[in-house]
Design a protein around this ligand. Structure first.
Ligand code: PLP
Length: 361
């Protein structure tokens, strides 16, 4: 049995710290569905704090990023026959059970995500339906972006790009939603204040349970009108939670404690990516590691399979995500130290140097 555990499967594995647990123990709570009582302060405080950080009028705490995206899309597309333009490799399109269609009746219009997570602006514009074709076309109402872009390895959409998509949306009378599950990673990596980064967006969904390190939840932000509609929809979907202050209290502490550590997480990701890339048998696009996510491949012809490597790592307490027969994903977070990074590298090195010995014998 390994004496050490280094969990690199995701930034969702972060555990609440002592301070978070203490805050949960003493959180002032009341029924947040009734809502009007000022003792529901913890949820209200969290919502307004996140809204303020993002430069939007109001916020709403939701149980998950998936529900945050679903509610946001449905609020913007509250007329039957609505269509949303989104990345073909986006979280909303791939990993959310098609909820916008199956629950919301919203038609997805996927546009190709490039390797950097962006969609060509020309392709977005081409995908916007001509209103003169309303007899046969769904009506485009929304564009969704994702920042940082998870499936392309945490790549960041630059602010100029988002602004241009925002202008395009305005020109055609569309709304812009940003799936900002990891928007703070993008903000830190780009060196752009988060409120500026999402300025063009009508709504943003932010995960508190990823790198920020809270145990549960997301916040969606937007205008007062947007949030009023979102609150009602949250109740419809079963996301109205009673004494939610207990988990909001942890999130407030997490925001205080962990955002300052993102730069370190990104640095650790770079060090790990460079180290892995130096191992003969692994290939990492180091330049593509912009935030806390690393995708990498076992090179063709290598004697070790993904599964075998995975097992070797698990036996040493290192947990990664196996993404395919020879593809892996690693995500850094505040509970991974630089010593964990060195230990992880040594475990990988061991797997491959062991191979060479075997070959030599
Ligand atoms: C994790 C994630 C979500 C969904 O969050 P859950 O809380 O797991 O439902 C949405 N979008 C992106 C980009 C994510 O990484």
């Amino acid at each position: 049995m390994a004496t050490r555990t280094v969990d690199l499967r995701s930034d969702t594995v972060t555990k609440p710290t002592e301070a978070m647990r203490a805050a949960m123990a003493t959180a002032e709570v009341d029924d947040d569905v009734f809502g009007a009582d000022p003792t529901a302060v913890t949820a209200v405080k969290l919502q307004s704090e996140v809204a303020k950080m993002m430069g939007k009028e109001a916020g709403l705490f939701v149980p998950s990023g998936t529900m945050g995206n679903l509610i946001s899309v449905l609020v913007h597309c509250d007329v039957r026959g609505s269509e949303v333009i989104l990345g073909n490799n986006s979280h909303i399109h791939i990993y959310e059970n098609g909820g916008i269609a199956t629950i919301g009746g919203v038609h997805p219009r996927p546009v190709k995500n490039n390797e950097d997570g962006m969609m060509d602006i020309d392709l977005i514009e081409d995908a916007i339906r001509d209103p003169r074709g309303e007899l046969v076309y769904p009506t485009t109402r929304l564009i969704c972006l994702e920042n940082s872009h998870g499936n392309t390895g945490g790549r960041c959409l630059p602010v100029e790009y988002i602004d241009r998509v925002g202008e395009l949306a305005k020109k055609h009378g569309l709304k812009l939603h940003i799936d900002g599950a990891r928007i703070f990673n993008a903000s830190v990596a780009l060196g752009i204040p988060v409120d500026r980064l999402v300025q063009a967006a009508d709504s943003v969904s932010v995960c508190l349970s990823k790198g920020i390190g809270a145990p549960v939840g997301s916040v969606i932000v937007g205008s007062e009108t947007f949030i009023t509609k979102a609150r009602r929809l949250r109740k419809t979907l079963g996301g109205g939670m009673r004494q939610v202050g207990v988990i909001c209290a942890a999130a407030l502490v997490a925001l205080q404690e962990n955002l300052v550590k993102f730069e370190g997480d990104h640095k650790n990701a770079k060090v790990l990516a460079e180290g892995l890339n130096q191992i003969k048998g692994l290939r990492v696009n180091v330049a593509a590691v912009e935030t806390n996510i690393i995708f990498f491949d076992i090179v063709e012809g290598s004697k070790i399979s993904g599964e075998k490597l995975y097992k070797h790592l698990v036996e040493r307490g290192v947990f990664v995500m196996l993404e395919g027969p020879s593809r892996m994903r690693i995500v850094l977070h505040h509970q991974i130290s630089s010593s964990d990074v060195q230990y992880t590298l040594s475990c990988f090195q061991q797997a491959f140097s062991g191979l060479q010995e075997e070959n030599g014998n």
